[in-house]
Write a protein that binds this ligand. Structure first.
Ligand SMILES: Cc1cc2nc3c(=O)[nH]c(=O)nc-3n(C[C@H](O)[C@H](O)[C@H](O)COP(=O)(O)OP(=O)(O)OC[C@H]3O[C@@H](n4cnc5c(N)ncnc54)[C@H](O)[C@@H]3O)c2cc1C
Length: 281
């Protein structure tokens, strides 16, 4: 196995065009999980490509470069409606992990327990992908195709994650449940964003659940049942066990049983909604 540290996107693109290499960023997933390439492949380390490490916003359109670290996200001055990005960033491992681990790596690793997934899913994020064949954009929900599976094609890399922030977004929240409070992989997590009209009714809501299915999922039925209603604690009653169970497919693993996750999913979702309502009231 070879190792190449590239300094620019041009160098990265030349390497990928020639084939036989795998992109790596913080390596906090790749190295511990032993997914290092075999003897005929090289690791191309993109962690020092500064053009890929930028958070920007133009006319409400946000762009997070793939090698933005979770520590960059944690300290960024996000506006109302995007606070959950700082919140999730502060819960991805410890500070040492956050200093190396990237947002792009979290998505490309496609773990069901990737904390970034429900947050970016709730924001309706898209991903920008590059290969010699051109640049393509797709919804994040289409990009993650299964457990550790993405729509990335050979020679392609994730360049940026993009989303629009609605101007009427008033609050967002991320809730994570693990075996302990900090430094823990999620058993279940939920993220949501609430938008309100001038009459105090919900003009829009997005809710997503992670670690309860092979791929994180949006709760469209629950979202639809909440829109138009006054913002009040009674919205939490819309999160029923039946509605949640109909969109998730939890598994038994070392962290929790499927039955526990089914129950936990309802609780983290209710907690998330309660926090959104409280932020507005
Ligand atoms: C101690 C510890 C604690 C952790 N705690 C958490 C946690 O609480 N929550 C959580 O979600 N995760 C956690 N993680 C996992 C990990 O830190 C995150 O998922 C991180 O965001 C991965 O980013 P990375 O840059 O290190 O990815 P890497 O390990 O560099 O890459 C991961 C995968 O993505 C691919 N890849 C990376 N970037 C690109 C790109 N631009 N284009 C194409 N493919 C790419 C790589 O080939 C590899 O397959 C933890 C890890 C450790 C070691």
């Amino acid at each position: 196995m070879g190792y190449v540290l590239v300094a620019t996107e041009n160098e990265l693109q030349d390497r990928l065009a020639n084939g036989g290499c795998r992109v790596a960023a913080g390596m906090t997933d790749m190295y511990p999980s032993g997914q290092l390439p075999g003897s005929t492949e090289s690791v191309v380390d993109i962690s020092q490509v500064s053009s890929l490490r930028d958070i920007s916003c133009t006319d409400g359109a946000w762009r997070i470069g793939t090698t933005v670290r979770w520590s960059d996200v944690r300290v960024y001055p996000w506006p109302a409606g995007l606070e959950m990005l700082a919140e999730v960033a502060s819960q991805v491992g410890a500070v040492q992990v956050q200093n190396a681990a990237t947002v792009g790596g979290n998505l490309c690793n496609a773990s069901p327990a990737a904390d970034g997934m429900p947050v970016l899913l709730a924001l309706g994020a898209t991903v920008e992908l590059w290969s010699v064949r051109g640049v393509r954009e797709m919804l994040l929900s289409d990009f993650i195709t299964g457990v550790r599976r993405t729509a990335l094609e050979p020679g392609e890399y994730l360049r940026a994650i993009c989303f629009k922030n609605n101007e009427d977004a008033v609050a967002s929240a991320f809730c994570k449940l693990g075996l302990r409070q900090y430094l823990v992989i999620s058993i279940a997590m939920a993220a949501g964003q609430l938008r309100c009209d001038s009459a105090g009714c919900v003009s829009g809501i997005s809710l997503a659940l992670g670690a309860c299915s092979p791929v994180a999922t949006r709760l469209s039925d629950i979202e639809a049942s909440i829109v138009g209603k006054p913002v009040s604690k009674s919205l939490i009653d819309e999160v029923t066990a039946e509605r949640v169970a109909s969109v998730i497919s939890p598994i038994d693993d070392v962290r929790a049983t499927a039955a526990y996750r089914r129950d936990a999913a309802v609780h983290v979702l209710r907690d998330t909604l309660a926090r959104l309502v409280e932020a507005v009231a």
